[in-house]
Ligand binder design. Structure first.
Ligand code: ADP
Ligand code: MG
Length: 337
């Protein structure tokens, strides 16, 4: 079971959020960024291969390759909130920035772009993409005070690739270090790996209470651990409300709901139903009870994963901006931020 966790996340500077696609990775990353941005903190929320998911969630124009102030953080207590900034990292822009920074290739870099060289370099080898994406994340986390124009963030939240790809993604610099063996490329790759394997980084896994995503979460934890990467929390998203008493659930599950009693109860609150509508309600109650039983079984599996667990409710109307703050407050209450 979840509940306020005693885990201490205060040393973490980079929160990587992964999960099976569709479980709510982007939603959780955004909520976590809002939650971390309380008490005047500056937080960067970045997406590495999203399709402008951040812009959609915050209802703003598509993000450029530049850090933008996107929202005020969660208000918590009487201290002023902080700020969430957003960054959409695409590998082409990251490569151009890199060339400009290290080789002063400003205009020449753009010429390379026109000739298709940049696209070639970033699509030919998926590994190159990942080196560029992780390199930019590293820069945002490690930014030092000498970079006067740039904001120094208290925390960076990465809406990361899905569970199936996350270990390879975070480990690409390990491979690169092995290939380069010596020299500046190896040194840089080693430095990135040092951050990713340190207690300043953590990888959270988002799941829903269904068999496949929970199994993927278990596999992801094994892969990350084997690679020496720090596993954070399991965040169970889209949890159904649990406000029905267990004996009612049991009755619904086994088809022993008292329809006469149900009809009377509804009458009492002024709803007059015919038999077919009552049967429909009973069938719905049965479906709900079946799903609840499956969720409870998966909740037990999640508890066995040995990680701190946080739970977020399924918001009935879907997730709008208000919903993100609601989820952020829940994460804060449970102690993830
Ligand atoms: N707690 C929640 N309650 C209701 N809807 C949710 C919740 N979390 C996510 N969703 C919805 O589920 C869909 C997938 O979420 P998203 O964060 O985009 O997933 P992912 O990034 O893992 O693909 C979106 O439509 C989102 O609004
Ligand atoms: Mg997403």
């Amino acid at each position: 079971m979840s509940g306020p966790s005693t885990a201490d996340w205060s040393r973490v500077r980079l929160h990587v959020v992964t999960g099976k696609g569709g479980t709510g990775k982007s939603t959780v990353a955004a909520s976590l960024a809002l939650a971390l941005a309380s008490h005047g903190k500056q937080v960067l929320l970045c997406e590495a291969e999203g399709r402008q998911g951040i812009a959609r969630m915050f209802d703003v124009d598509p993000l450029p390759y530049a850090e933008r102030r996107i929202a005020t953080g969660l208000t918590h207590g009487d201290r002023p909130p902080g700020v969430v900034h957003a960054l959409h990292i695409d590998p082409e822009s990251a490569l151009l920035e890199y060339l400009a920074m290290y080789y002063k290739l400003g205009r020449a870099g753009r010429a390379l772009d026109r000739f298709g060289v940049i696209e070639f370099a970033t699509t030919i080898a998926p590994g190159v993409r990942d080196v560029l994406l992780t390199g930019k994340v590293f820069e945002a986390v490690q930014r030092n005070s000498r970079n006067k124009a740039a904001i120094q963030y208290d925390a960076v939240v990465l809406d990361a690739p899905p569970t199936g790809r996350i270990t390879q993604f975070l480990n690409v610099n390990d491979e690169l270090a092995g290939l380069a063996k010596v020299g500046p490329v190896k040194t840089q790759a080693d430095t990135v790996m040092t951050l990713f394997r340190s207690p300043r980084t953590t990888v959270h896994l988002v799941t829903v209470l269904e068999e496949m995503p929970v199994q993927e979460t278990a596999d992801g934890i094994t892969d990350l651990t084997t690679a020496g990467l720090p596993v954070g929390a399991v965040i169970v998203n889209q949890v159904r409300s649990r406000d029905i008493a267990s004996d009612d659930l049991e009755a619904a599950l086994t088809g022993r709901l008292d329809t006469a009693e149900l009809t009377d109860d509804l009458k009492e609150v002024g709803v007059d139903l015919d038999d077919s509508l009552v049967d429909g309600l009973v069938a719905e109650a049965h479906d709900h009870a079946v799903r609840r039983a499956l969720e409870d079984a998966q909740r037990a599996v999640v508890a066995e994963l040995g990680r701190p667990v946080y739970e977020l409710p399924r918001l009935p109307g879907g997730v709008d901006l208000g919903g993100l703050y609601e989820l952020a407050a829940t994460l804060k209450q449970q102690g993830l931020a």
